[in-house]
Write a protein that binds this ligand. Sequence first.
Ligand code: XMP
Length: 319
Amino acid sequence: TWTMANFRDVARGKIRAQVGTGRVICGLSGGVDSSVAAALIHEAIGDQLVCIFVDHGLLRAGEADDVIRVFRDRFNITLIHRDASDLFFAALAGVADPEQKRKIIGGLFIDVFEQEAAKLGGADFLAQGTLYPDVIESVSVTGGPSAVIKSHHNVGGLPARMRMQLVEPLRELFKDEVRALGRELGLPETLVGRHPFPGPGLAIRIPGPVDREKVKILQRADAIYLEEIRAAGLYDAIWQAFVALLPVRSVGVMGDGRTYDFACALRAVTSTDGMTADVFPFDMQFLTRVAGRIVGEVRGINRVTYDITSKPPGTIEWE
Ligand code: XMP
């Protein structure tokens, strides 16, 4: 019978046969797919794999450190961590349009990745965590409005000018199989079971212009929300949950004083593929507890709302 252990053995052999003694580079994002691909390839070829983690400064609280801890410290994978957040924040300064933000982030991501690859003296192969549904989608989506909608979705896609052969060991797998393989390889559950996270990161969860200060405020609120979701045992019942920091200030009272701070929106949806989504039905006590903690613990936010829009007509993200 076919098991993940078999797949792992066969895949290792295929990777070795394809790569020979060549060097492979792999972009890590903290997501499930690139993580599983990197762990599998590392098992096959060890130090012939070099991972490049382009840190745009727009990840959730603690996630950049998690990537480093898991891959460098635990798996002993050669990992280049490039903190490029200054570049990203400079390029995003004053930019409000959602598609413009995506273009800036996607373009810069590729530039920085290429710079790091060049510093290494290049590589023969580029590893990608492409899954079977990605393969199908890129074949079928060739034009029309859906192509436009999808075009921004893969920030990690690298240009043809990099001229490396692709190593894509997950091409035959669906998402749940990739998760099973990740567990088989010993990746931590917090990584393997992680909700989808968009390439442009927190930038598209801050409608309007993004800056470091706003990202810090959002990271704190988002961490509290996710901590409460995990503590309530709800994480795995939810497709995606996050906080959006709204470009709205409202008046509040705190002790004897008046505050004039940002509002935020909590979002949580159920879905099977992200194409349609329903609002997650938290009970009111849960929501008021989260709101109380965020307003009490996060300086800069004094009002919390719950987004009760399903998709369609809404989208999951705010931008
Ligand atoms: P929407 O907001 O369109 O999101 O309902 C559907 C799914 O796609 C993710 N998403 C993105 N992922 N780059 C990505 O890598 C993007 O620019 C992007 N925009 C949305 C979103 O998180 C959800 O899972």
